[in-house]
Design a protein around this ligand. Structure first.
Ligand code: SF4
Ligand code: FES
Length: 248
């Protein structure tokens, strides 16, 4: 199959960018979106042009490195998958495909389709950990945890930090990410002592980093490749409110 791509090209963070059209041929329906970009880049290199820069690593949907706005949707029109797990059979060769980087003020463009998502690391640094000395690894099942809590913590822990929730949110809010990181710790016994301070500190960090606030539009959950539910945001809001009422 042959596609027309409209790709965002930008030489660096301080440069202005724009959409450039490319035709790419020889694409099989079973190729992933990133493999299709590899084909484009091989041709650009052979033609002596600069390849398109984009982030990727595992290409198995587990590392969170890949992330593109494809036809205006974070990770593409299939939704709830990663860009590396999106396949070309979902695209009509008759329609041009618009490919852009994540758009959010705290995610500056590094080059072309690559953005700097280290602001998410700063949020985790603000409280997404357990600081109590935990000693040696305990025996499995030594600490009883209600199944509902274990299941909810496991669901939240599936977040891969891709940033699609930020890109999809009309406010540029990372609330689903922050909530996932805070909730998966706060629901477990080991995470209880710092539960309220963690929630407050991580929320403060996301505000200080220039992210927008959450107004519960739910766009984030529609694109999240790991199915992080809105309930995690409710849990985080509950913890922040509890912290405020207790006068932390
Ligand atoms: S909550 Fe979902 S969309 Fe947001 S960073 Fe985590 S995995 Fe990606
Ligand atoms: S490259 Fe690792 S999740 Fe896509």
């Amino acid at each position: 199959m042959r596609y027309t791509l409209r790709v965002w090209r930008q030489r660096g963070p301080e440069e202005s960018g724009g959409l450039v059209d490319y035709d790419v041929d020889g694409i099989s329906p079973d190729m992933s979106f990133l493999e299709m970009l590899d084909v484009l880049n091989e041709r650009l290199v052979l033609d002596g042009e600069e390849p398109v820069a984009f982030d990727h690593d595992c290409r198995e949907g587990i590392c969170g490195m890949c992330g593109l706005m494809i036809d205006g949707v974070a990770h593409g029109p299939e939704r709830a998958t990663t860009t590396c797990q999106l396949h070309m059979r979902h695209f009509d060769p008759a329609e041009p495909i618009v490919v852009e980087p994540w758009r959010a003020a705290p995610f500056p463009v590094v080059r072309d389709l690559m953005v700097d998502r280290s602001a998410l690391d700063r949020i985790v640094e603000a409280g997404g950990y357990i600081s109590a000395p935990a000693g040696a690894a305990p025996d499995a099942h030594a600490v009883p945890i209600p199944k509902a809590d274990a299941d909810a913590a496991f669901t939240a822990a599936a977040c891969i930090g891709c940033g699609a929730c930020v890109a999809a949110c009309p406010n540029g809010s990372p609330m689903l990410f922050t909530a996932a990181k805070a909730t998966h710790l706060g629901l477990l016994p080991q995470g209880q002592p710092e539960r309220l301070s963690r929630a407050e500190d991580m929320l403060t960090a996301q505000d200080d980093l220039g992210f927008g606030g959450c107004t519960q539009t739910g766009e984030c959950t529609l694109v999240c490749p790991k199915g992080i539910p809105l309930e995690t945001i409710a849990t985080l809001n509950h913890d922040v409110l509890t912290a405020a009422l207790r006068g932390r």
